[in-house]
Design a binder for this molecule. Structure first.
Ligand code: FAD
Ligand code: TSR
Length: 480
């Protein structure tokens, strides 16, 4: 398989020299805390133990440990590897890609996580796709049909006019208030009744709640749409999004099924990373686990993280988005239409459907639940989730709509290694809460991942760029 390069063209020998220098600095002088930890572990083994434990091999030692083999971790590891540093990636699951995962079991590329390269012009993920020769296909935003709650088809002209109303509403919110508040409250204040207007209400959910991954009741009215984007019409990868992380992973030292449990660190002495398998040591750690994992404190930091970092972890929002792919014997919908909208209640319940016939021969509709509803849907059994989604499809396409012959459901809020879909700007958050993650902790622990960049949070490109930025910081520090 062709592989992507994230290198910046720097001479490989230079990287190797830096690596040698780092190693020498550990080997000289007094015992570092990492060496003391190592001695401590050996000493503990000498003590009589009630339960005999297998003797541990000596801890493996690297310049950099990257935690998580999602796109941010892979980008960081690949760049540092290309520069000649010794890098290991520790990944809890058996797979690479994290929130990029393609399931072909229905015969088409069902994207469990990320589906689109949003605004592909200038987007670094487009370059990665081009580097490996992965074709992309436009999913045209203007190809849609929206249905009212009772199944009545709404003319496209009505949707387009309301879209401009929504834009105007959001602009007024931007310029009206001097205090942050939930987006839903701000909407009520600037335009009483908008939240009850069925078309606007659908758009607020299908567009805003989908793109931010959060209910309008929890989004910051100040910052919910202040992030950045590139240009062009969204594209998908008909050969599967996972081609991108797989190509980045090629040739890296990735330890799968290795759950990081705790990290001991000290300025100047690096870190000891304790996992379900072994302890690893390094000068730097790049931690890319999802915000949901950090919130739940699944990894213990010793000493605890600084208050400012912990505040970002605790306060930045992390929502969910549920996808349900339903495969049918035949297409009972207009095969050329890209998207179908449904003005459901509650508002985030199966309100958006992607037609797979535009990118594959399979008769698949992909339903999406957003806002608060994923936390309801993801608690359902598959059978209940299908029945719930089918009631929306039957309202749209008629009571005779057939049962599906296959399905795939996602439950990101229940996945123990993610615990949600992507980060959002909650009421009271500021861009600085995200960007604070760029500050290394004790010159040893760095963070990367979609939640560590305000401008592109919640996206593949944001995560990827954050990984490269963390690698550059490590490179500069190791070069000193
Ligand atoms: C349903 C859904 C739809 C999306 N749609 C899009 C889209 O269309 N376009 C877009 O640009 N973005 C989309 N996104 C967002 C995008 O997928 C993410 O922003 C991006 O993939 C996150 O990458 P990451 O490296 O930050 O984290 P992840 O990909 O989550 O990587 C983190 C890794 O850490 C591992 N890990 C967790 N805990 C531990 C531990 N204790 N020890 C070791 N490893 C651990 C995880 O298993 C995972 O592999 C979507 C996300 C979801 C969930
Ligand atoms: N995770 C995402 O893809 C967020 C996003 C950005 N722009 C969008 C447009 C539509 C749906 C989601 C998004």
């Amino acid at each position: 398989m062709a592989t992507c390069s994230v290198g910046n063209g720097e001479d490989e020998t230079l990287g190797k020299m830096k690596r040698e220098r780092t190693r020498r600095s550990y080997e000289n002088g007094n015992a570092t805390r990492r060496q003391i930890l190592k001695i401590g572990a050996g000493a503990a083994l000498a003590l009589p133990l009630t339960v005999p434990r297998p003797a541990k091999a000596q801890n493996e030692d690297f310049d950099v440990i990257v935690i998580g083999a999602g796109i941010s971790g892979l980008a960081a590891a690949r760049r540092l590897n290309e520069l000649g540093f010794s890098v290991v990636v520790l990944e809890a699951t058996s797979q690479v890609g994290g929130r990029i995962r393609t399931d072909w079991s229905l015969g088409a590329p069902f994207e469990v996580g990320a589906g689109w390269i949003h605004r592909p012009d200038g987007n670094p993920i487009s370059r990665l796709a081009a580097d490996i020769g992965a074709p992309t296909a436009v999913t045209p935003d203007e190809s849609f049909q929206v249905f009212a709650k009772d199944g009545q088809a709404i003319p496209a002209s009505v949707i387009e006019a309301k879209y401009f109303d929504l834009e105007r509403l959001y602009t007024r919110i931007d310029t009206t208030f001097d205090k942050d508040q939930p987006l839903s409250d701000a909407i009520r204040r600037v335009s009483k009744g908008s939240l009850q207007d069925p078309v606007l209400r659908w758009m607020m959910s299908a567009y805003t709640e989908f793109s931010t991954g959060a209910p309008v009741e929890k989004l910051s009215a100040y910052y919910f749409d202040e992030d950045d984007e590139y240009d062009g019409a969204d594209v998908v990868l008909p050969g599967g999004y996972d081609q991108i992380p797989k190509s980045l992973a090629d040739g890296l030292d990735i330890r799968r099924n290795t759950l990081v449990e705790s990290i001991e660190y000290e300025e100047g002495n690096g870190a000891a990373v304790h996992t379900s398998k072994a302890t690893f040591e390094s000068s730097f750690v790049i931690c890319t686990v999802p915000l949901g994992v950090l919130k739940k404190r699944i990894i213990t930091f010793d000493p605890p993280l600084p208050k400012a970092h912990q505040k970002s972890i605790d306060e930045i929002g992390f929502g969910s988005v549920t996808k349900l792919a339903l495969k049918f014997e035949r297409a009972f919908w207009p095969e050329g239409t890209q998207y179908f909208g449904y003005m459901s209640e509650p508002k985030g319940r199966w309100n958006y459907f992607v037609n797979y016939r535009t990118i594959s021969p399979e008769n698949i509709l992909l339903g999406v639940s957003v806002g608060d509803y994923p936390f309801v849907a993801e608690k359902m059994s598959d059978a209940d989730m299908i029945a719930d989604c089918m009631s929306a499809l039957r309202a749209m396409f008629g009571q005779n709509t057939p049962e599906p012959i296959g399905h795939l459901a996602t439950r990101w809020s229940e996945d123990p290694h993610t615990l949600g879909a992507y980060s959002y700007t909650a009421v009271g958050n500021t861009p600085a809460d995200f960007d604070r993650f760029a500050t290394p902790v004790a010159n040893t622990i760095l963070f990367a991942g979609e939640h560590t960049t305000f401008d592109f949070h919640g996206t593949v490109h944001g995560a990827y760029l954050s990984g490269l930025a963390a690698a550059d910081r490590v490179q500069r520090a190791l070069a000193k």
